[in-house]
Ligand binder design. Sequence first.
Ligand code: ZN
Length: 421
Amino acid sequence: MRRAVVVVLDGMRRDLIDVPTTPALVRFARGAMSFAAHRSMFPSATRVVSASFATGCHPARHELQGNTLALLENGRLVYHDAGHPDFLQHKRRATGRSLAVPTLAERLAPHGGMIMFSNVSPGAAFAHDPDGHGYIYHRAGSFAPGRKRIEGVQALDIAQDAAGERRMTERFVSEVLVDRRPPLAIIWMGEPDATQHLRPLGSPEHLAVLRQADTNAARVVEAVGRLRDKGDEVLLIVCSDHGHQTVSRIVDVEAELMAAGLKESRESGDVVTPTSGTSTLVYVHPDHAARIDAIGAFLASRDWIDKVVPPAELATVGQAPHHGLAFAVSLKSDDAPNPFGVRGHSYESKPVAGKATHLHCGQHGGLAKYEQMPFLMIDGESFTAGSVSHTPTSPIDLAPTILAHLQLPAEGMDGRRLQLP
Ligand SMILES: [Zn+2]
């Protein structure tokens, strides 16, 4: 049987994969092809990467534009948190569609389907299958095809901690890989991302969670070895969705625009600035489009910004001017080491009231070097064991690669298959 298995270690930086902390990944790389120029999406944020992975398309096409974002609803710009379990259900009701292009779950439904276990935000998990074509298991709710809720012991009732990640991994191996055997099985771990947001990168607590993530990945890798021994032709992808930077300053982008007279108030719908960690999207209501030039000039003159992508250039970062999106902003970064010797700082955008910031700890979302340094290793047919590819790749290439292994068409995707010709 031809099958694909994907392991995602959320937030794992490529440059932190090393023998002392991640021996299993180093060992796995010797038998896999590694992608040394692999990048994240923009924003480099889990919900955006999830939708891009699921569809093989940029945010310009799938329309999940940021971890938080705005939608034009009944003539008003409305802020949304895409991590909310109901976000894509709401988007379907408000705009007529959840994601704007088909997911892997939908494409695989007539061919044996997909099963996913996830321990990240509910919105990121459900972005893999908002319309209910496959199986998604998450602590906020587990769903069978038709979005039928899975109840009781069959649901995935785990915590976002070490014990929860381990239980999820063991159940994924025994139930999904060995017993149920879908053509596509995905496990998306919440670590090391969750701990990186709360502890300094390189600290003892952080290194401990890298080891834990490495051990869980090894459990799946070993299980895939046993499936191959029994004759399955498995494509095994082990990767992360983005890296992290150390936060060196918090910037209140909304307050800056208000102080410059470019946004009326916190609550006003003229300009809305949803954040994705170290980046911000700036939406301008069509009634206030005359303000776009002034906002662009203001942003371009700020010392807390690395890059401002103007409306005409949104496609260069995979975005489009949907719902009044005018600017994509990646905040200031540097390459200096933190107190534990881990390189790369960024400024973090202050999120809406009640949401945490992460000064001196890890964050991501922008275009800086290390948040754009996820890892990707692929072991399977048409990948050379122990080799390193320098071809630029990103999460949109995973769906076409999986479909190619399953000998299914992948038309309509922005990404491309990574198998050697
Ligand atoms: Zn993530």
